[in-house]
Design a protein around this ligand. Structure first.
Ligand code: NAD
Length: 447
């Protein structure tokens, strides 16, 4: 059974003299759903690299699992009770770090999986962080901006000292953005003593620039994916100016990846989001499509493309497919439909283990999520550093440092795959697990 704790309120925290609550450990976690995927991927790499069995036990369990239920007043005066989650998987290498998602599918198993992926991702990128993830189980599309603001603020208050600038640092994810991070920051700062506030702006990343955000954070995940695809294309002698690509999800990650690949003159030939799918074999004008999606909420109805169904979208012939929406899209049922050379995972967990096996058999290369979408957390780290040092870096500096870091990760994963004669997902896990194993071996286990 999974143990969970109820997060302390800020009032509780102040009563306790500001000490963080002692969270309950999540022992004997059931591996079902998405977390079962993580464990399967983890075991494959752990077996191959012969990971120490004690460290294996530690890393297959999250450190803390926080569930909070909190009431919020709606615009019509009624009260709704929401459920929020924060899973802190591991902080052996540094503070917990990971996004917040607002979606009806948010539940403990999903958040647990997403938190573990953050631990591997920060280790592959060699960032001084651990992994966490959180969210609230609701669909923000059914709520006003004022309601979303109150829901966000109450969530932050309910989390209390379970987050903090040197302890656990959230960021945007599905259906959350810089505005939500600004409300997060403001609420958190209101709960710390006035003279401490200036030292706490790095409690959250992905903030608007004037509230302490970093230039380049908005596009960072898409930019990182684009840098990775550039490297892969060079290694595989695929000129990007003649390449085609398809994107599932045209939100933050998908739309930026599309815009940045279009800048190489690659052609976006099909795109799908929650409203539908469209195709254009001559290639979409990505900037025009992005304007349309901003005004209309989705790709459906865009006049310069032909409407296609989900299967038609998956079957579209393309060089590169970028899943950048939700998890479990490439499965035993759908992997056989893809007609591409490369799957570059912008989303977290878009391919399940059965899907992975089919892609491998079919010779379709996969650049795994924990490498391909790591640009977001890398630039979040840059934002965190800028806040701590009271610095503002320009876009050239941010992009240059991102490119250097993510290309370094790409090469480490590529070379590890060669060395162990394995797929890139397993190689990425090996890179992460080796870094974590070293830390545990050096420090030992208390007491
Ligand atoms: P977003 O909310 O900005 O966009 C999500 C997109 O997915 C939207 O276009 C939506 O229409 C589409 N979508 C939702 N359900 C769909 C469905 N069933 N079929 C097709 N499309 C669907 O979210 P985002 O921040 O772009 O995140 C997308 C993915 O990338 C998630 O898996 C997230 O965890 C991952 N990710 C995001 C970041 C980041 O910095 N935002 C970083 C790393 C990984």
């Amino acid at each position: 059974m999974t143990s969970v704790k109820t997060g302390t309120s800020v009032t509780d925290r102040l009563k306790q003299g500001g000490a963080p609550a002692k969270p309950t450990n999540g022992h004997a976690q059931r591996a079902s759903g998405l977390y079962a995927t993580v464990i399967q991927q983890f075991n494959k790499a752990a077996d191959l690299m012969k990971l120490d069995s004690n460290i294996r036990r530690i890393l297959s369990t999250s450190t803390n699992e926080i569930i909070v239920h909190f009431p919020v007043r709606m615009d019509n005066g009624s009260i709704e009770v929401f459920t929020g989650y924060r899973v802190q998987h591991n902080n052996a290498r540094g503070p917990f770090k990971g996004g917040l998602r607002y979606h009806p599918s948010v539940e403990i198993d999903e958040v647990r999986a997403l938190a573990a992926w953050m631990t591997w991702k920060t280790a592959i990128s060699d960032l001084p962080y651990g992994g966490a993830k959180g969210g609230i189980a609701f669909d923000p599309k059914g709520y006003s901006q004022a309601e979303i603001e109150r829901i966000t603020r109450r969530f932050v208050y309910a989390l209390g000292d379970n987050v903090g600038p040197e302890y656990d640092i959230p960021a945007p994810d599905v259906n959350t953005n810089s505005q939500i991070m600004a409300w997060f920051l403001d609420t958190y700062l209101s709960t710390v003593a006035p003279h401490e506030r200036q030292r706490c702006t790095h409690v959250v990343t992905g903030k608007p620039i004037v509230s302490g955000g970093s230039v380049g954070r908005d596009k960072a995940t898409g930019q990182g994916a684009a840098y990775i695809i550039e490297e892969w294309a060079k290694d595989h002698h695929l000129p990007l100016s003649r390449a085609t690509f398809t994107v599932q999800g045209f939100g933050n990650v998908g739309s930026w990846a599309a815009r940045l690949l279009a800048a190489h003159e690659s052609k976006l030939v099909a795109v799908e989001d929650h409203t539908g799918a469209i195709a254009n074999s001559n290639g979409f004008d990505v900037e025009d499509l992005a304007d349309y999606v901003r005004s209309n909420g989705g790709v459906r109805g865009y006049a310069r493309g032909e409407s296609i169904d989900h299967e038609g979208f998956l079957r579209t012939k393309t060089d590169i497919f970028i899943p950048a929406a939700m998890e479990n899209q490439i499965t035993g049922e759908t992997a056989g439909l893809l007609d591409c050379k490369l799957v570059a995972e912008g989303a977290n967990g878009p391919t399940d283990p059965e899907g992975d096996e089919i892609l491998q058999k079919r010779g379709i290369h996969v650049i795994p999520d924990i490498l391909c979408n790591s640009g977001g957390v890398i630039v979040s780290y840059f934002e965190w550093l800028q806040n701590k040092r009271s610095e503002f870096w320009d876009l050239d500096e941010v992009d240059g440092k991102l490119k250097k870091k993510i290309v370094g990760s790409y090469r480490r994963v590529r070379d590890t795959a060669k060395k162990h004669h394995t797929d890139w997902r397993t190689a990425a896990y090996i890179v992460a697990l080796q870094a974590l194993e070293t830390v545990y071996k050096e420090r030992g286990i208390f007491p």
